[in-house]
Design a protein around this ligand. Sequence first.
Ligand SMILES: Nc1ncnc2c1ncn2[C@@H]1O[C@H](COP(=O)(O)OP(=O)(O)OP(=O)(O)O)[C@@H](O)[C@H]1O
Length: 531
Amino acid sequence: MMANAEIRQRENEKSLLLSFSNALASIRNKEQLAKEFSDELRKFGVIGNYSLRLLSADQKYHQMYLYDARDAFTEHPGFNHILTMQCDVNDGITNLVLDSQEPLSFNIQELNERKTVPPYVKWWREIGLIELTGLRVRLGEVNIGILWLSIPQDYDKSANALLLKSISSQIAIALSNIHSNEKVVAQLEVIEKYKQQLEEEKVYLREEIQTTHNYDEIIGNSKEMKKTFQMVSQVEATDSTVLILGETGTGKELIARAIHNNSPRRDRLMIKVNCATLPANLIESELFGHEKGSFTGATERRVGKFELADKGTLFLDEIGELPLELQVKLLRALQEKEIERIGGRGTIKVDVRIIAATNRDLEKEMAEGRFRSDLYYRINIFPISLPPLRSRPEDIPSLASHFLQRFSKKLGKPIDAIGSNAMRELTQYSWPGNIRELEHLIERSILLTNGTMIKEIQLPVMRDKNKPLTSETVTCLKTIDENERDHILSVLKYCRGRIGGEGGAAERLGVPKSTLNSKIKRLGIRREHLY
Ligand SMILES: Nc1ncnc2c1ncn2[C@@H]1O[C@H](COP(=O)(O)OP(=O)(O)OP(=O)(O)O)[C@@H](O)[C@H]1O
């Protein structure tokens, strides 16, 4: 028969255990466990210090996992070392506890008199512990750690073994919950990363769709263009690197897309990187991506264009503008077929077809030390040179009609012809901005025309090579930027200053709103210029 006092004590322990298991049931992470565990253990009264050591996955080592942060020993200079140190499971103490169903108590002084003493036992003596009781922590049939409790010597541990074992079982359940929760959190992080990557791809694709035209429509019947088409057809089905050369506006990007669209990679993305428009310090991250926190401003992980183009095509526009230090990194990526994110821990394999383009004379750039020869030879495998428009004036009428059709439809104006005088002027002009300039000029002419035929074309004044430059011709000769500025201004005026939305200037110009905004900024166009 149990004495009344003993019955009361058992009742009290039962309610303490219930409170203990309730508190531990809702625990989801280590920090919560540390707090609840300390608070709850203290309620038992008899338990002083505690520490929880966990076994490694291979069950060979054990390491400190949890301790009471309020204990004075955490201030001890050797504490950090003890915290991170991994000890052998077969150290003559841990293995005994792990093999025992019952709690095992050890006198610290006696343990320290042994021939070989594990470092954590020496530490126990240093911080003045007298006796510790060890309980194995098990999940099912598997040992996962040891709970060390400091309990007064006069406390009857064998009579209270059940209580102590219940504490250790509750701890095991809490650890299992934490583990499952960590797994869920890690999986959610992975899902979040994929979501972010998809989001980036979506944004990219949306911009691409807005900037891509109908690429089946490459106009040109001249001998030069026929030769270009023939070269494109020779290389499109392969994985070979292509280098497209030509003055600005000759259709390098158009040809790059045609190659990609007719290649076996057509179902994947063609990703464009403009090496000229990005500041040098951003190109590396643009190409190779970065990990969160890898540099100031890297607040999120970013997937680089190389990774986005995996199994597809990477179009390196204006490659001649790539800073020298990045040329080395690009060359390495092309040779090794792998990249490393900034701040990343390892390399990532990529399968990317490269199409590069430039309007620079790369051999000259190389001779003047601005372009690495090894990179030049790596990309100059299949060069395609696009002829300037002035060398194929026979293509001008069909190009002009093509743009007339496209823009009259887009601008909703019933203009279907170009007068013969205007056409003659078009074919005689030298087109420094090539097809892009012709495209812009036709659009502007449509905006300025009333009626169904373009009779007048406002061409920039051309310089007659035989005549000396006069101050008038000098001021009238426009740069490509000036032409672009004029064109954007006319479209903005036509749209009454509206940039975004349906029928806005960005849509009419066939560029994303963000691109138009940056052009407006770059070209110094301000609201007052519209009126
Ligand atoms: N043969 C063509 N037929 C129809 N449109 C063309 C042709 N060539 C170029 N274009 C049009 O001219 C514009 C300029 O072409 P693209 O952007 O491909 O030139 P680019 O050489 O890449 O220019 P940049 O060197 O300035 O980047 C585009 O709108 C494109 O659709």
